[in-house]
Design a protein around this ligand. Structure first.
Ligand code: 2PG
Ligand code: MG
Length: 447
Protein backbone atom coordinates (compact mmCIF):
# COMPACT_ATOMS: atom_id res chain seq x y z
CA UNK A 1 0.00 0.00 0.00
CA UNK A 2 1.46 3.38 -0.96
CA UNK A 3 1.49 6.25 1.51
CA UNK A 4 1.37 9.88 0.44
CA UNK A 5 4.53 11.85 1.09
CA UNK A 6 3.18 15.12 2.50
CA UNK A 7 5.89 17.08 0.68
CA UNK A 8 4.22 16.16 -2.60
CA UNK A 9 0.63 16.64 -1.51
CA UNK A 10 -1.46 19.36 -3.12
CA UNK A 11 -1.32 22.35 -0.78
CA UNK A 12 -4.52 22.78 1.20
CA UNK A 13 -6.66 25.35 -0.57
CA UNK A 14 -6.51 28.73 1.11
CA UNK A 15 -9.69 30.17 -0.27
CA UNK A 16 -13.05 29.65 1.35
CA UNK A 17 -15.52 27.76 -0.82
CA UNK A 18 -19.09 27.91 0.46
CA UNK A 19 -21.39 25.22 -0.93
CA UNK A 20 -24.64 25.96 0.88
CA UNK A 21 -26.06 28.62 3.16
CA UNK A 22 -28.84 27.94 5.67
CA UNK A 23 -30.60 30.21 8.16
CA UNK A 24 -33.02 29.78 11.04
CA UNK A 25 -35.11 32.09 13.16
CA UNK A 26 -34.17 31.24 16.75
CA UNK A 27 -34.78 32.99 20.10
CA UNK A 28 -32.29 35.20 21.90
CA UNK A 29 -31.85 35.54 25.67
CA UNK A 30 -34.69 38.07 25.92
CA UNK A 31 -37.11 35.70 24.17
CA UNK A 32 -37.05 37.71 20.96
CA UNK A 33 -36.25 36.27 17.54
CA UNK A 34 -32.78 36.42 16.10
CA UNK A 35 -30.96 34.90 13.20
CA UNK A 36 -28.73 31.80 13.16
CA UNK A 37 -26.80 30.96 10.00
CA UNK A 38 -24.87 27.91 8.86
CA UNK A 39 -22.37 27.62 6.02
CA UNK A 40 -21.58 24.25 4.43
CA UNK A 41 -18.01 24.40 3.20
CA UNK A 42 -16.37 22.51 0.34
CA UNK A 43 -14.14 20.57 2.74
CA UNK A 44 -17.18 19.14 4.51
CA UNK A 45 -16.94 21.49 7.50
CA UNK A 46 -20.01 23.32 8.72
CA UNK A 47 -19.70 26.66 10.51
CA UNK A 48 -22.39 28.54 12.40
CA UNK A 49 -23.03 31.92 13.99
CA UNK A 50 -25.93 33.83 15.53
CA UNK A 51 -26.61 37.59 15.56
CA UNK A 52 -26.68 39.38 18.89
CA UNK A 53 -29.08 42.34 19.32
CA UNK A 54 -28.94 45.49 21.40
CA UNK A 55 -31.72 47.15 23.39
CA UNK A 56 -30.02 50.49 24.01
CA UNK A 57 -28.73 50.96 20.50
CA UNK A 58 -26.75 53.85 19.08
CA UNK A 59 -28.52 55.89 16.42
CA UNK A 60 -25.80 55.15 13.87
CA UNK A 61 -25.57 51.39 14.28
CA UNK A 62 -26.26 49.37 11.14
CA UNK A 63 -29.93 48.51 10.69
CA UNK A 64 -31.45 45.10 11.42
CA UNK A 65 -33.82 43.44 9.01
CA UNK A 66 -37.00 42.57 10.93
CA UNK A 67 -40.44 41.54 9.66
CA UNK A 68 -42.58 44.27 11.25
CA UNK A 69 -45.48 41.85 10.93
CA UNK A 70 -47.92 40.50 13.51
CA UNK A 71 -45.59 37.78 14.83
CA UNK A 72 -43.40 38.63 17.83
CA UNK A 73 -44.77 42.20 17.80
CA UNK A 74 -42.87 42.91 14.61
CA UNK A 75 -39.53 41.51 15.81
CA UNK A 76 -39.61 38.37 13.63
CA UNK A 77 -36.64 37.70 11.34
CA UNK A 78 -38.27 35.44 8.75
CA UNK A 79 -37.53 38.07 6.08
CA UNK A 80 -33.87 37.95 7.18
CA UNK A 81 -33.89 34.14 6.81
CA UNK A 82 -35.20 34.59 3.25
CA UNK A 83 -32.55 37.19 2.40
CA UNK A 84 -29.74 34.99 3.75
CA UNK A 85 -30.94 31.92 1.90
CA UNK A 86 -31.72 33.97 -1.23
CA UNK A 87 -29.68 36.93 -2.40
CA UNK A 88 -26.81 36.51 0.08
CA UNK A 89 -26.50 32.74 -0.49
CA UNK A 90 -26.30 33.34 -4.24
CA UNK A 91 -23.44 35.77 -3.69
CA UNK A 92 -21.57 33.65 -1.13
CA UNK A 93 -21.70 30.44 -3.19
CA UNK A 94 -20.79 32.22 -6.44
CA UNK A 95 -17.00 32.15 -6.04
CA UNK A 96 -14.14 31.25 -3.73
CA UNK A 97 -13.19 33.89 -1.15
CA UNK A 98 -9.59 34.81 -0.51
CA UNK A 99 -10.16 36.83 2.65
CA UNK A 100 -12.82 37.89 5.11
CA UNK A 101 -12.38 41.43 3.86
CA UNK A 102 -13.19 40.42 0.29
CA UNK A 103 -16.29 38.54 1.42
CA UNK A 104 -17.50 41.36 3.69
CA UNK A 105 -16.93 44.01 1.02
CA UNK A 106 -18.94 42.00 -1.49
CA UNK A 107 -21.86 41.68 0.96
CA UNK A 108 -21.71 45.42 1.72
CA UNK A 109 -21.65 46.25 -1.96
CA UNK A 110 -24.64 43.99 -2.60
CA UNK A 111 -26.55 45.81 0.14
CA UNK A 112 -25.58 49.15 -1.31
CA UNK A 113 -26.64 51.29 1.67
CA UNK A 114 -24.30 52.67 4.35
CA UNK A 115 -26.36 51.36 7.26
CA UNK A 116 -27.07 48.06 5.54
CA UNK A 117 -30.78 48.77 5.65
CA UNK A 118 -31.60 46.78 2.53
CA UNK A 119 -30.24 43.34 3.45
CA UNK A 120 -29.84 43.95 7.21
CA UNK A 121 -26.80 44.15 9.47
CA UNK A 122 -28.12 41.15 11.40
CA UNK A 123 -27.84 39.03 8.20
CA UNK A 124 -24.39 40.32 7.33
CA UNK A 125 -22.86 40.01 10.79
CA UNK A 126 -23.99 36.41 11.31
CA UNK A 127 -22.67 35.41 7.88
CA UNK A 128 -19.42 37.28 8.43
CA UNK A 129 -18.86 35.64 11.84
CA UNK A 130 -19.59 32.19 10.39
CA UNK A 131 -17.22 32.89 7.47
CA UNK A 132 -14.52 33.98 9.96
CA UNK A 133 -14.87 30.55 11.58
CA UNK A 134 -14.56 29.05 8.09
CA UNK A 135 -11.31 30.94 7.44
CA UNK A 136 -9.93 29.86 10.82
CA UNK A 137 -10.74 26.22 9.94
CA UNK A 138 -9.17 26.62 6.54
CA UNK A 139 -5.94 27.79 8.14
CA UNK A 140 -6.22 25.07 10.78
CA UNK A 141 -6.22 27.67 13.52
CA UNK A 142 -8.41 28.36 16.51
CA UNK A 143 -10.70 31.35 15.96
CA UNK A 144 -8.72 33.51 18.43
CA UNK A 145 -5.40 32.64 16.79
CA UNK A 146 -6.84 33.49 13.37
CA UNK A 147 -8.12 36.85 14.69
CA UNK A 148 -4.63 37.59 16.03
CA UNK A 149 -3.02 36.74 12.71
CA UNK A 150 -5.49 38.91 10.77
CA UNK A 151 -4.91 41.86 13.11
CA UNK A 152 -1.19 41.35 13.65
CA UNK A 153 -2.03 41.41 17.37
CA UNK A 154 -0.52 39.74 20.41
CA UNK A 155 -3.16 37.53 21.99
CA UNK A 156 -4.11 38.02 25.62
CA UNK A 157 -6.90 37.07 27.98
CA UNK A 158 -9.02 40.14 28.73
CA UNK A 159 -9.95 41.59 32.10
CA UNK A 160 -13.68 40.90 32.50
CA UNK A 161 -16.25 43.56 33.44
CA UNK A 162 -19.13 41.90 35.30
CA UNK A 163 -22.40 43.79 35.11
CA UNK A 164 -24.10 42.92 38.37
CA UNK A 165 -26.63 45.71 38.96
CA UNK A 166 -28.87 46.70 36.05
CA UNK A 167 -30.93 49.80 35.32
CA UNK A 168 -31.80 51.94 32.30
CA UNK A 169 -33.46 50.19 29.40
CA UNK A 170 -32.25 46.81 30.67
CA UNK A 171 -34.47 46.82 33.75
CA UNK A 172 -37.91 47.97 34.86
CA UNK A 173 -36.63 49.89 37.90
CA UNK A 174 -36.05 53.65 37.90
CA UNK A 175 -32.27 53.59 38.03
CA UNK A 176 -31.15 55.81 35.14
CA UNK A 177 -27.68 54.32 34.68
CA UNK A 178 -27.78 51.05 32.77
CA UNK A 179 -24.84 49.05 34.11
CA UNK A 180 -22.92 48.86 37.40
CA UNK A 181 -19.95 46.60 36.83
CA UNK A 182 -17.16 45.16 38.96
CA UNK A 183 -13.69 44.88 37.47
CA UNK A 184 -11.19 42.49 39.10
CA UNK A 185 -8.31 44.73 38.07
CA UNK A 186 -5.88 43.17 40.53
CA UNK A 187 -6.54 39.51 39.63
CA UNK A 188 -3.55 37.71 38.21
CA UNK A 189 -5.35 35.32 35.89
CA UNK A 190 -8.66 34.93 34.10
CA UNK A 191 -9.64 32.13 36.50
CA UNK A 192 -8.98 34.37 39.51
CA UNK A 193 -10.91 37.23 37.89
CA UNK A 194 -13.92 35.04 37.15
CA UNK A 195 -13.81 33.56 40.65
CA UNK A 196 -13.80 37.08 42.09
CA UNK A 197 -16.72 38.24 39.91
CA UNK A 198 -18.81 35.15 40.62
CA UNK A 199 -18.18 35.29 44.38
CA UNK A 200 -19.18 38.94 44.60
CA UNK A 201 -22.31 38.24 42.54
CA UNK A 202 -23.29 35.44 44.94
CA UNK A 203 -22.71 37.66 47.98
CA UNK A 204 -24.77 40.43 46.39
CA UNK A 205 -27.57 38.00 45.74
CA UNK A 206 -27.65 37.14 49.47
CA UNK A 207 -27.30 40.71 50.76
CA UNK A 208 -30.02 42.15 48.55
CA UNK A 209 -32.24 39.28 49.59
CA UNK A 210 -32.00 40.70 53.13
CA UNK A 211 -32.98 44.26 52.16
CA UNK A 212 -35.23 44.01 49.11
CA UNK A 213 -38.24 41.86 48.53
CA UNK A 214 -38.85 42.96 44.95
CA UNK A 215 -35.68 42.01 43.16
CA UNK A 216 -35.71 41.13 39.52
CA UNK A 217 -32.98 40.46 37.01
CA UNK A 218 -32.05 42.76 34.17
CA UNK A 219 -31.43 41.66 30.58
CA UNK A 220 -27.78 40.90 31.27
CA UNK A 221 -28.27 38.87 34.44
CA UNK A 222 -27.50 41.66 36.92
CA UNK A 223 -29.88 42.45 39.76
CA UNK A 224 -32.61 44.98 39.06
CA UNK A 225 -33.43 46.51 42.41
CA UNK A 226 -36.17 48.91 43.34
CA UNK A 227 -33.72 51.81 43.71
CA UNK A 228 -33.22 55.02 41.79
CA UNK A 229 -30.02 56.59 43.22
CA UNK A 230 -26.76 55.47 41.61
CA UNK A 231 -25.09 55.88 45.03
CA UNK A 232 -27.36 53.17 46.46
CA UNK A 233 -26.20 50.75 43.77
CA UNK A 234 -22.56 51.77 44.29
CA UNK A 235 -22.80 51.33 48.09
CA UNK A 236 -24.25 47.90 47.57
CA UNK A 237 -21.39 46.98 45.25
CA UNK A 238 -18.81 48.23 47.79
CA UNK A 239 -20.42 46.19 50.55
CA UNK A 240 -20.60 43.04 48.40
CA UNK A 241 -16.95 43.39 47.34
CA UNK A 242 -15.90 43.62 51.02
CA UNK A 243 -18.22 40.90 52.22
CA UNK A 244 -16.81 38.56 49.58
CA UNK A 245 -13.36 39.16 51.10
CA UNK A 246 -11.93 41.49 48.45
CA UNK A 247 -10.69 45.07 48.70
CA UNK A 248 -12.49 47.69 46.66
CA UNK A 249 -10.02 49.94 44.85
CA UNK A 250 -9.03 51.08 41.40
CA UNK A 251 -6.18 48.55 41.27
CA UNK A 252 -7.90 45.75 43.17
CA UNK A 253 -11.62 45.36 42.55
CA UNK A 254 -12.71 48.47 40.68
CA UNK A 255 -16.13 49.66 39.60
CA UNK A 256 -17.19 50.57 36.07
CA UNK A 257 -20.35 52.27 34.87
CA UNK A 258 -22.21 52.19 31.60
CA UNK A 259 -24.60 55.11 31.96
CA UNK A 260 -25.98 54.58 28.41
CA UNK A 261 -26.89 58.26 28.62
CA UNK A 262 -28.82 58.34 25.33
CA UNK A 263 -31.67 56.74 27.24
CA UNK A 264 -32.09 59.58 29.75
CA UNK A 265 -31.19 62.51 27.48
CA UNK A 266 -34.21 64.68 26.70
CA UNK A 267 -34.36 68.18 25.21
CA UNK A 268 -30.64 68.74 25.74
CA UNK A 269 -30.84 67.79 29.40
CA UNK A 270 -30.32 64.61 31.41
CA UNK A 271 -33.20 63.26 33.42
CA UNK A 272 -32.02 61.72 36.68
CA UNK A 273 -34.52 60.82 39.42
CA UNK A 274 -37.17 63.21 38.13
CA UNK A 275 -34.85 66.20 37.85
CA UNK A 276 -33.32 67.36 34.61
CA UNK A 277 -29.71 68.48 34.80
CA UNK A 278 -27.33 70.05 32.29
CA UNK A 279 -24.44 68.33 30.63
CA UNK A 280 -21.99 70.26 32.81
CA UNK A 281 -23.83 69.23 35.99
CA UNK A 282 -23.74 65.61 34.88
CA UNK A 283 -19.99 65.85 34.29
CA UNK A 284 -19.64 67.31 37.82
CA UNK A 285 -21.67 64.44 39.17
CA UNK A 286 -19.43 61.83 37.49
CA UNK A 287 -16.40 63.64 38.84
CA UNK A 288 -17.84 63.47 42.33
CA UNK A 289 -18.76 59.78 41.97
CA UNK A 290 -15.24 59.00 40.77
CA UNK A 291 -13.85 60.74 43.85
CA UNK A 292 -16.11 58.84 46.24
CA UNK A 293 -15.94 55.37 44.70
CA UNK A 294 -13.15 53.40 42.98
CA UNK A 295 -14.58 54.01 39.50
CA UNK A 296 -12.11 53.14 36.74
CA UNK A 297 -14.30 53.38 33.70
CA UNK A 298 -17.39 55.31 32.56
CA UNK A 299 -19.07 54.28 29.31
CA UNK A 300 -21.53 56.48 27.42
CA UNK A 301 -21.52 59.05 30.20
CA UNK A 302 -23.09 61.50 27.75
CA UNK A 303 -25.52 61.12 24.87
CA UNK A 304 -24.05 60.36 21.46
CA UNK A 305 -24.77 63.84 20.04
CA UNK A 306 -23.57 65.79 23.07
CA UNK A 307 -20.00 66.17 21.80
CA UNK A 308 -19.32 69.22 23.98
CA UNK A 309 -20.30 67.18 27.02
CA UNK A 310 -17.94 64.38 25.97
CA UNK A 311 -15.10 66.85 25.50
CA UNK A 312 -15.75 68.28 28.96
CA UNK A 313 -15.93 64.88 30.65
CA UNK A 314 -12.72 63.74 29.00
CA UNK A 315 -10.90 66.94 29.92
CA UNK A 316 -12.08 66.67 33.54
CA UNK A 317 -11.46 63.00 34.33
CA UNK A 318 -9.79 61.40 31.30
CA UNK A 319 -6.39 61.14 32.99
CA UNK A 320 -7.68 58.96 35.84
CA UNK A 321 -10.83 57.34 34.48
CA UNK A 322 -11.34 55.41 31.28
CA UNK A 323 -13.86 57.41 29.25
CA UNK A 324 -15.52 54.92 26.91
CA UNK A 325 -17.53 55.52 23.75
CA UNK A 326 -20.16 52.94 22.80
CA UNK A 327 -23.19 54.61 21.18
CA UNK A 328 -20.78 57.47 20.44
CA UNK A 329 -18.59 55.33 18.16
CA UNK A 330 -20.82 52.37 17.18
CA UNK A 331 -17.68 50.32 16.37
CA UNK A 332 -17.02 52.55 13.38
CA UNK A 333 -13.37 53.20 12.49
CA UNK A 334 -14.01 56.72 11.15
CA UNK A 335 -16.02 57.78 14.21
CA UNK A 336 -13.34 56.35 16.54
CA UNK A 337 -10.68 58.26 14.64
CA UNK A 338 -12.68 61.48 14.90
CA UNK A 339 -13.28 60.88 18.61
CA UNK A 340 -9.55 60.44 19.18
CA UNK A 341 -8.69 63.60 17.27
CA UNK A 342 -11.35 65.63 19.08
CA UNK A 343 -10.30 64.17 22.45
CA UNK A 344 -13.72 62.84 23.35
CA UNK A 345 -12.72 59.50 24.88
CA UNK A 346 -9.80 57.18 25.57
CA UNK A 347 -11.53 53.86 24.93
CA UNK A 348 -14.01 52.31 22.51
CA UNK A 349 -16.55 49.54 22.98
CA UNK A 350 -16.30 46.95 20.23
CA UNK A 351 -19.49 45.16 19.12
CA UNK A 352 -19.42 43.38 15.76
CA UNK A 353 -23.13 43.83 15.14
CA UNK A 354 -22.90 47.62 15.42
CA UNK A 355 -20.81 47.73 12.26
CA UNK A 356 -22.21 44.62 10.57
CA UNK A 357 -19.06 42.73 9.57
CA UNK A 358 -15.96 41.12 11.08
CA UNK A 359 -13.61 43.14 8.90
CA UNK A 360 -15.38 46.36 9.96
CA UNK A 361 -14.84 45.25 13.56
CA UNK A 362 -11.15 44.64 12.86
CA UNK A 363 -10.86 48.12 11.33
CA UNK A 364 -12.41 49.65 14.47
CA UNK A 365 -10.03 47.76 16.80
CA UNK A 366 -7.06 48.63 14.66
CA UNK A 367 -8.01 52.32 14.50
CA UNK A 368 -8.43 52.48 18.28
CA UNK A 369 -5.05 50.81 18.73
CA UNK A 370 -3.31 53.20 16.32
CA UNK A 371 -4.72 56.16 18.24
CA UNK A 372 -3.64 54.80 21.61
CA UNK A 373 -7.25 54.15 22.63
CA UNK A 374 -8.20 51.11 24.67
CA UNK A 375 -10.88 48.66 23.47
CA UNK A 376 -13.55 46.76 25.39
CA UNK A 377 -14.97 43.88 23.38
CA UNK A 378 -18.65 43.57 24.28
CA UNK A 379 -21.76 41.41 24.13
CA UNK A 380 -25.27 42.80 23.54
CA UNK A 381 -28.26 42.66 25.84
CA UNK A 382 -29.88 40.15 23.46
CA UNK A 383 -27.49 37.21 23.23
CA UNK A 384 -27.31 33.54 22.26
CA UNK A 385 -24.81 30.83 23.19
CA UNK A 386 -22.49 32.04 20.41
CA UNK A 387 -19.08 32.76 21.94
CA UNK A 388 -17.51 34.59 18.98
CA UNK A 389 -16.73 37.70 21.05
CA UNK A 390 -14.62 35.74 23.57
CA UNK A 391 -12.28 34.64 20.77
CA UNK A 392 -12.37 38.15 19.33
CA UNK A 393 -11.32 39.63 22.68
CA UNK A 394 -8.44 37.19 23.09
CA UNK A 395 -7.22 37.31 19.49
CA UNK A 396 -7.31 41.11 19.28
CA UNK A 397 -5.45 41.48 22.57
CA UNK A 398 -8.07 44.11 23.45
CA UNK A 399 -7.39 43.55 27.16
CA UNK A 400 -10.97 44.23 28.29
CA UNK A 401 -14.23 42.36 27.87
CA UNK A 402 -17.81 42.77 29.02
CA UNK A 403 -20.34 39.96 28.79
CA UNK A 404 -22.81 40.75 31.58
CA UNK A 405 -23.23 39.04 34.93
CA UNK A 406 -21.30 35.90 35.87
CA UNK A 407 -24.65 34.10 35.66
CA UNK A 408 -27.25 33.07 33.01
CA UNK A 409 -26.32 30.67 30.22
CA UNK A 410 -25.78 33.15 27.39
CA UNK A 411 -23.47 35.30 29.58
CA UNK A 412 -21.41 32.53 31.21
CA UNK A 413 -20.94 30.86 27.81
CA UNK A 414 -18.56 33.73 26.99
CA UNK A 415 -16.68 33.67 30.32
CA UNK A 416 -16.46 29.86 30.12
CA UNK A 417 -14.98 30.15 26.64
CA UNK A 418 -12.23 32.36 28.11
CA UNK A 419 -11.52 29.68 30.72
CA UNK A 420 -11.38 27.08 27.94
CA UNK A 421 -9.02 29.18 25.81
CA UNK A 422 -6.77 29.75 28.84
CA UNK A 423 -6.61 26.00 29.49
CA UNK A 424 -5.91 25.18 25.84
CA UNK A 425 -3.26 27.88 25.42
CA UNK A 426 -0.74 27.78 28.25
CA UNK A 427 1.35 30.90 28.63
CA UNK A 428 -1.24 33.30 27.24
CA UNK A 429 -0.91 36.73 28.87
CA UNK A 430 -3.75 38.17 30.93
CA UNK A 431 -5.10 41.71 30.81
CA UNK A 432 -2.32 42.97 28.58
CA UNK A 433 -2.80 45.26 25.64
CA UNK A 434 -1.47 44.20 22.27
CA UNK A 435 0.45 47.41 21.84
CA UNK A 436 2.74 47.57 24.83
CA UNK A 437 2.21 44.33 26.69
CA UNK A 438 1.36 46.17 29.89
CA UNK A 439 -1.74 46.06 32.03
CA UNK A 440 -4.60 47.61 30.09
CA UNK A 441 -5.39 50.05 32.89
CA UNK A 442 -1.83 51.30 33.11
CA UNK A 443 -1.49 54.93 32.16
CA UNK A 444 -4.45 56.08 34.24
CA UNK A 445 -3.31 57.98 37.28
CA UNK A 446 -4.91 57.14 40.60
CA UNK A 447 -7.57 59.52 41.75
C1 2PG B 1 -24.29 48.36 26.04
C2 2PG B 1 -24.93 47.04 25.68
C3 2PG B 1 -24.29 45.83 26.27
P1 2PG B 1 -27.20 46.90 24.50
O1 2PG B 1 -24.96 49.40 26.06
O2 2PG B 1 -23.09 48.42 26.23
O3 2PG B 1 -24.11 45.90 27.64
O4 2PG B 1 -26.31 47.06 25.82
O5 2PG B 1 -26.81 45.61 23.87
O6 2PG B 1 -28.63 46.93 24.95
O7 2PG B 1 -26.86 48.06 23.63
MG1 MG C 1 -22.94 50.59 26.37
Amino acid sequence: MSTVDSRFATPKGRSLVIKEVHALQILDSRGLPTLQVELDLEDGHRVQAASPTGTSTGGLEVAELRDHGPAYSGHGVRSAVAVVEGELATLLTSRPWESIRELDDAMRELDGRPQLSRLGGNCLVALSMAAARGFADLHEMSLHAWVASELGATESLPIPYFNIVNGGLHATNSLAFQEFMIVPAGASSIEAAIECGAEIYQVLSRTIGRSYRDTGLGDEGGFALAISRPEDALDMLMEAIREAGYTPGVNTVAIALDAAANSFYRNEGYQLENVTISSTDLVDYYHQLARNYPIRSIEDGLAENDRDGWRELFARIGDSVQVVGDDLFVTDAARIERGATEKLANAAVIKPNQTGTVSGTFAAIDTARRHGMRSIVSHRSGETLDTFIADLAVGSGAGQFKAGAPARGERVAKYNRLIEIAAETPGLGYGATSTNGSNHLAGLVNH
